[in-house]
Design a protein around this ligand. Structure first.
Ligand code: C5P
Length: 295
């Protein structure tokens, strides 16, 4: 086997509670990940000269050693003292720096793909640990599951197998701004420092209520249970996110939330038909829009 093609899926955070800042600068989280069927394509081709090359028609991603896909291959080479190289072709569909984990997903796909291409025989747990060194969102994508709870800095994954059969329809709206995740966490720190009992954390949020609603596929309760501590922070910097949510609410969607550190906003739809209809209405307003479902 000299060549391998893998789909690299996006994620949404249906729930994201920032708990506290850690000594290492990261933040402890409680988050519920959902994998969705918006995906990039990753093609891996073996090279015998030991080089790693990133090839992509997308102007939005780096082609050098800062690309998370590059860093994944380089980390495997270094850890296992390998002399093989790889061409990594990335066909990009997931909007970059949007809060949907595209870069992290690409990194996870490279780890999973190279484990096969280079015949490394690493376990899922070993791949997830290596993934965690690349980025906090990478381990989720190593586990092949539609829903997972995560703790730590988002890297400690508990796959939710009892939700395997649940599928949700979504609209995704991505404002044309690039959000820096470190900046949003920094602003969260500032905000919580200024508000001892912060309004960001005081809301009575409980992921268990959302999990129960998901199990029952009770869309009204799912919509009511969506939560993201970072949403007020990113929205304060980029008020257009609030405008997007207002438009979606006006179009009849009750559950709308920013994903991750933003700026992507997703809505919960009752059917494919509703997702398509809302998508069409948002396209008319010149938004960058996608629709899809849990994968
Ligand atoms: O892990 P990742 O590289 O995606 O994180 C990017 C940045 O986001 C970190 O350097 C950190 O500033 C912030 N972050 C954080 N707490 C997390 C995840 C990310 O503070 N749980």
């Amino acid at each position: 086997m000299d060549k391998l093609t893998i789909n690299s899926y996006a994620k949404l955070n249906l729930y994201l509670r920032v708990i506290n800042k850690r000594k290492d600068g990261y933040h402890n989280l409680e988050t519920l990940f959902e994998r969705i069927n918006l995906s990039d394509k990753i093609i891996l081709e073996r090279r015998s000269d030991g080089k790693i090359k990133i090839l992509s028609g997308s102007p939005d991603i780096p082609k050098d050693e800062t690309n998370l896909a590059y860093r994944s291959a380089a980390l495997l080479q270094k850890k296992l003292k390998l002399s093989e190289g790889v061409n990594i072709t990335i066909k990009k569909n997931i909007p970059v720096a949007s809060g949907m984990g595209g870069g992290s997903s690409n990194a996870a796909s490279v780890l999973i793909g190279l484990n096969r291409l280079w015949r490394l025989k690493l376990s899922r747990l070993q791949l997830a640990r290596i993934g965690g060194q690349i980025g906090s969102d990478v381990p989720f994508f190593i586990y092949d599951c539609p829903f997972a709870l995560a703790g730590g800095r988002g890297d400690k994954i508990k796959p939710l197998n009892y939700l395997r059969a649940i599928r949700l329809w979504h609209i995704l709206v991505v404002p044309k701004i690039r959000v820096s995740t470190p900046l949003i966490y920094k602003k969260w720190d500032e905000f919580t420092k200024n508000n001892q009992k912060s309004s960001l954390t005081s809301r009575k949020s409980n992921v268990n209520i959302l999990l129960l609603a998901l199990k029952r596929r009770d869309l009204a309760s799912i919509s009511a249970g969506l939560y993201n501590s970072l949403a007020p922070v990113t929205t304060r910097l980029y008020p257009e996110i609030t405008v997007v949510i207002r438009h979606l609410t006006d179009l009849g969607l009750k559950g709308n939330l920013m994903s991750g550190s933003g700026p992507a906003v997703f809505g919960i739809c009752s059917s494919r038909k509703e997702a398509q209809a809302v998508s069409k209405a948002m396209c008319k307003r010149n938004y960058r829009v996608f629709w899809g479902q849990t994968f």
